[in-house]
Structures are given as structure tokens and as C-alpha cells.
Design a binder for this molecule. Sequence first.
Ligand SMILES: Cc1cc2nc3c(=O)[nH]c(=O)nc-3n(C[C@H](O)[C@H](O)[C@H](O)COP(=O)(O)O)c2cc1C
Length: 358
Amino acid sequence: MISFKPLSVKKFQAMNRFVRSATCEYLADNDGRPGKRFLELYKELSRGNIGIVITGFAYVMPNGKSAPGQTGIYSDDLIPSWKEVTKLFRDSNSIFIMQIVHGGRQVRPKGNPGPIWAPSAVPDSKYKTQPLEMTETQIKEVIDAFIKAAGRTEEAGFNGIQLHVAHGYLLSQFLSPYTNRRTDDYGGDQEKRTRIVVEIIKGIKQTVNEKFIISAKLNGEDFIEGGLTLNQAIESAKLLKDAGLDLIEISGGMAESKLGSVRKDIANIDQEGYFRDHAREIRKEVGIPTASVGGYRTLEFIEQTLRSGDADLISLCRPFIREPDLLLKFKENEIDKASCISCNKCFNLRGVSCWHLV
Ligand SMILES: Cc1cc2nc3c(=O)[nH]c(=O)nc-3n(C[C@H](O)[C@H](O)[C@H](O)COP(=O)(O)O)c2cc1C
């Protein structure tokens, strides 16, 4: 089975084609420090034989915090707590990556110190924010914060980072013509809208060891009028590859979109892999290792996606919340489908968990 065949990612080897996609844990303290329950969750994941494990989104600046209980990586003081987490993966064969983010306009004003920033002052009807248009100095501050955050993750023992350039958070806001209406060096055409991420990648490459993995989660489409199209996503992905991106994960949607990133009620195989077409087109055009995320549930469909060459890796989020040992069960032929019913009740601000198991 191709699903259980290894894949080289730079100098690392993923033991199989599965990725635990970034999943906000809602288990950090107010300063963004991962605590005891966080460690328990990752201990289980470290034993799950998952090729690549990606943490939930960690904010790189205090005003980039989106959710209560979200982890942070905005200060050197947080490194010792993260070392406790990476220690769990020392004896596991999983590649361990931290997802880093700035929320931009998608932040809850309560619990965020502000000011709320975005490429342009486009209000967000879902988060009910009215962001301020960022100055070039503030853009440089954000670039610097991402580069420093990546350095901290390396020091804490991670094998790489994933830039969150999807789902309508700040970097995804820059890529999207809907949220980025700038006419300076950071907006106006797709190359300029992508520039902030290109500068972050180039800066990280100068900071970290050469084997450190630099990856990104990117929208294949925003699914909002005036938002990022697939062709624009392809153009951005090519620029990110040229800047030195090693691995890309394709998702879609933003908080205001009608078609979201985390679709509910996936009941049959036809509903699986809802961003697969976007992954295929981007992989074909860009040619770097590509993960596809969104609604993968049955081993048969996962195998078919990998065999067809639409993706190199398959990412799952909700199935691993319910069954952190899912791959062990797949491999032993105990089951051939994740039992997650995609009800989305796992979005639990008191700690991510499967509602049906509690
Ligand atoms: C509880 C929960 C938390 C999530 N947190 C993040 C996150 O921190 N970063 C991210 O990129 N996506 C996040 N997602 C989205 C998932 O990574 C994934 O893209 C989406 O759930 C679709 O995959 P699935 O059908 O396998 O769940 C989250 C999803 C859920 C359900």
C-alpha cells in the first residue's frame, strides 16, 4: 500500500504518507504556554506512527492570538515549555513540526491585546473586527516575528515549521485580493501580495540549520467573491517554492467563506478529499511535495488519491482527535475507515476532544 510507504522530506524521512494536520488544542495557559493536558495529547500522538505531526497554530506576536487556549511562540521564555513537548518525540519516528501564525483580522477582540492588524482595513463579519491597515514598519515587524518564532522552534527541538498561509489568517489575508487592497510593495498583484511570505521564508532560511523543514499550509481557493482563485494560488505557490519552501499542504476557505475549511457531515466517499482537485493542480504546476487535507476518511480513498498522483501526503485532523491510534488500526486491517462523523463538536474551547467519547 502506498499509504504506508516512506517519503523523503529534505533530509528527513516520513515513515508513511500520513500527516496529522494542525489542530488547535485549546490547552495553553493565558500566556500561550502548553500545559499538562497538552503534553498528554502529544504523548498519544507520538505513539501513533504518524509520518508528520503538526501542532496547532501558535501565535508569533501577542496581537496575533486568535483563540483562547491557543499556544504561543512569541518569546524566548516559552522555549523551555516547548522543549517538554518535543522531548516526547525523541523516540518516535514522526517528523514533528510547529504551525506558526498571526491571526490578523481573524482574532477574538476579547483576549487579544490589539491593535488588530490586516493588510487593508476590511472588516470581518465573522470575528466582528475592524482591523487597521498595517504600515510597512508593522509588516517588517511581523516578518521579523515569524523569523524569530521559527528560530525558537528549532531551538526547542522541532524538525521544522509550517507557516499558516490558509484559512483567512494574516498571511492568507495578504495573498487574497479580497482582504489585501494595498497598492504598495505588498499588494496590487499576486507577486506583491505574496511578498510578505517570500520575505519570511528567505529570512527563516538564513536563521535555521539547512535540514530544518520550511513548509506552508496554503489555500487553493478562498471560496469568497473577490478572494484568492486557484490560478492565483498556483502563482503564489511557485513564488514560495522559489523562495525555498520544502513542503506544501493545500486547504481552502476562510472564516467568512460559504464553503469552509472544516466541512461537516462527511458521510460517504464522494464527500471526501474536498480540496483534492486544488492539491492536484498545485502539485502538477509547482512540483514540490504536496499534502492534501480536508475530509479524508477511508483508506481506499486515501490510497486512490496517492496512487493517482494528486498528492504525496494525506493530512487528517478530526479523525486523529477521535482515534490517535488510527494508523495502527489501519495497518493491522482492524478498520478501513475512520469513525469520525465530522460533527465539529471537537471545537471545544476547554480542550479539543471528541464529543462522542466524553
Ligand atoms: C478542532 C480543530 C482545530 C483546528 N485547528 C487548526 C489549526 O490550528 N491550524 C490549521 O491550519 N487548521 C486547523 N484546523 C483545520 C484542520 O487542520 C483541517 O484542515 C480540517 O479540519 C479538515 O481536515 P479533516 O477533515 O481531516 O478534519 C482545525 C480543525 C479542527 C476540527
